[in-house]
Design a protein around this ligand. Structure first.
Ligand code: URA
Ligand code: CA
Length: 433
C-alpha cells in the first residue's frame, strides 16, 4: 500500500477500506508516514468527508493505536460522559458523585483544558491535595469500592489522536466533522466505556457555532458508537452563554458543592439532571428517564450525593473539609464588581469571550506550558433574559492583580443590554440514533 495512492483515492471522493485506514493510522503512529502526506489526507477528508463506516474504522484504529483500558473487572455498565467543550461547564464535578450515589459506576478519565478555561482535572486540582494520577489497578479498586474515581488520562491513550490533533491544529483541519467525531469517540472507547453520553454544545462558546453542525456531529457520533457496539446518545446543549454562574477553577468547585447541596444555579442543576438521567438509564439502573430523575433527585436532596463527593475527594488524597467550608477555596486577593452601564434586559453574554476574560485573569492557559491560577475567575450575578438597572452588579471578578482594566473592557464589550432579551433554551435536542 502506498500513502500517495490513498491520498488520491480520498481526493477523488472515494471511500477508504478498513485495511487502508488501519494501515494509515498504524504507520502514522509509528512515524512511517510523514506529516506532509498526512496533512494532504486530512485536507482531502475535510473536503470530501467520510462515510459512517469509514469514520467507525478510523475511530477504532485510533482507539487501538495505544493502550485500551480494560474495565471489565469493574462491576456494572460503565457509562462515560463527554462534553465537546464549554465555558464554565461544571457538570462533571457534579455528575460524577451524583450518578455514583445511585450505584452507577463512574470510572472517569478527564483531560485538562484545551481552550481558554480549565478542564475537569484543573478544577479538581483546585482542591488541596487532590491526586489525579492513580495507577490502573488503584483506579479499578476505587471504583469497585466507592463507585467513583476521576483521574487523569493515561499518556498512552489513543496516541494517534494526540499526533493527529496537533497536526490538525496547524493545518486548518480541526473543524471537520469526521475528524472531530473520530477524535472524541476514539478516546472514549480507549478509556473503556461500555456506553457513552455526549453533551454536544452549540453557540459562541462551543466548537459547533450553529445548530445544524452540532446536529450533524451528534448524529455522526451516535451512529459510530452503535457501529462500534457502544450504546451512545447525545444531548445538544446551548453554549451561547456560560453554563451556571462560575467560571474559574476554585469558583467552579464551590459551585459544584452548592449544586450538590441543592443551592446551585438552575441551568446547571437542570443540565446535571438531564445528562445524569441519560447515564442512569444507559447503565440500566432505571427503565425510564423519569424514574432515573427521581433517583437522582432523591440522592441530591437527601445529601447522599454530597457525601459521595466528600468520599471521592478523601479517596483521592484531597482535603474533604472544603465541602463543609467552601470559603476556604476563595483565596483571590481582589473581588471587583462589574456594573451594568444602563438599564434594560440582558440580550447576550458571549460565552467564549467571557472564557477569554477568565483566561486573562489566569484561570486558563494561553499555551500548554502556562500555569493555572486556581483562585481566579468570574462569578456571574445575571444571565441572558434577566432585567437589570444601571449600576447593578453584572458579575464579580476574582483576581490576584488589581490591574484588570483590559478584562473589564472585554467583559463590557461582550455583555449586551437592550430593550428585550430571551433566555436561550438549555437543551436544543436529544439524539438517540
Ligand atoms: N475535542 C476532541 O477531543 N477532538 C476534537 O477533534 C475536537 C474536540
Ligand atoms: Ca459554571
Amino acid at each position: 500500500m502506498r500513502m500517495v495512492d490513498l491520498i488520491e483515492k480520498k481526493r477523488e471522493g472515494q471511500s477508504l477500506s478498513k485495511q487502508e485506514i488501519e494501515f494509515i493510522i498504524s504507520e502514522y503512529t509509528n512515524n512511517q508516514i510523514p506529516d506532509y502526506q498526512m496533512s494532504a489526507l486530512l485536507m482531502a477528508i475535510f473536503f470530501k468527508d467520510m462515510t459512517d463506516e469509514e469514520i467507525t474504522h478510523l475511530t477504532l484504529a485510533m482507539a487501538h493505536s495505544g493502550e485500551v483500558m480494560d474495565l471489565t473487572s469493574i462491576e456494572g455498565i460503565k457509562v462515560d460522559k463527554h462534553s465537546t467543550g464549554g465555558v464554565g461547564d461544571t457538570t462533571t464535578l457534579i455528575l460524577a458523585p451524583l450518578v455514583a450515589s445511585v450505584d452507577v459506576p463512574v470510572a472517569k478519565m478527564s483531560g485538562r483544558g484545551l481552550g481558554y478555561t480549565g478542564g475537569t482535572l484543573d478544577k479538581l486540582e483546585a482542591i488541596p491535595g487532590f491526586k489525579i494520577e492513580v495507577s490502573e489497578s488503584q483506579f479499578v479498586d476505587l471504583v469497585n469500592e466507592s463507585k467513583v474515581a476521576v483521574i487523569g488520562q493515561s499518556g498512552d491513550l489513543a496516541p494517534a489522536d494526540k499526533k493527529l490533533y496537533a497536526l490538525r491544529d496547524v493545518t486548518a483541519t480541526v473543524d471537520s466533522i469526521p475528524l472531530i467525531a473520530s477524535s472524541i469517540m476514539s478516546k472514549k472507547i480507549a478509556a473503556g466505556a461500555d456506553a457513552i453520553v455526549l453533551d454536544v454544545t452549540t453557540g459562541d462558546g462551543a466548537f459547533m457555532k450553529n445548530l445544524d453542525d452540532a446536529r450533524r456531529l451528534a448524529h455522526t457520533m451516535v451512529r459510530i458508537g452503535a457501529l462500534a457496539n457502544r450504546q451512545t446518545m447525545a444531548v445538544i446543549s446551548d453554549m451561547s452563554q456560560p453554563l451556571g454562574e462560575a467560571i474559574g477553577n476554585s469558583l467552579e468547585v464551590v459551585e459544584a458543592i452548592e449544586t450538590l447541596q441543592g443551592n446551585g444555579p438552575e441551568d446547571l442543576t437542570e443540565m446535571c439532571y438531564a445528562l445524569g438521567s441519560q447515564m442512569v438509564v444507559l447503565a440500566k439502573k432505571a427503565d425510564t428517564l423519569e424514574e432515573a430523575r427521581e433517583l437522582l433527585k432523591e440522592a441530591l436532596e437527601s445529601g447522599r450525593a454530597l457525601e459521595k463527593f466528600k468520599e471521592m475527594i478523601h479517596n483521592q488524597g484531597g482535603d474533604a473539609s472544603i465541602v463543609d467550608e467552601p470559603e476556604k477555596l476563595l483565596t483571590a486577593r481582589y473581588e471587583i464588581a462589574v456594573p451594568a452601564k444602563k438599564s434594560g434586559v440582558i440580550q447576550q453574554m458571549v460565552a467564549n469571550e467571557l472564557g477569554i476574560a477568565a483566561m486573562m485573569l489566569g484561570a486558563g492557559r494561553k499555551t500548554k506550558e502556562d500555569e493555572i491560577d486556581h483562585a481566579v475567575g468570574l462569578k456571574l450575578h445575571k444571565k441572558v433574559g434577566e432585567s437589570v438597572s444601571e449600576g447593578d452588579v453584572l458579575l464579580t471578578i476574582f483576581s490576584n492583580t488589581e490591574d484588570v482594566e483590559e478584562v473589564i473592557e472585554l467583559i463590557q464589550a461582550n455583555i449586551t443590554i437592550g430593550e428585550t432579551g430571551e433566555e436561550p433554551p438549555l437543551i436544543h435536542e436529544i439524539i438517540t440514533e
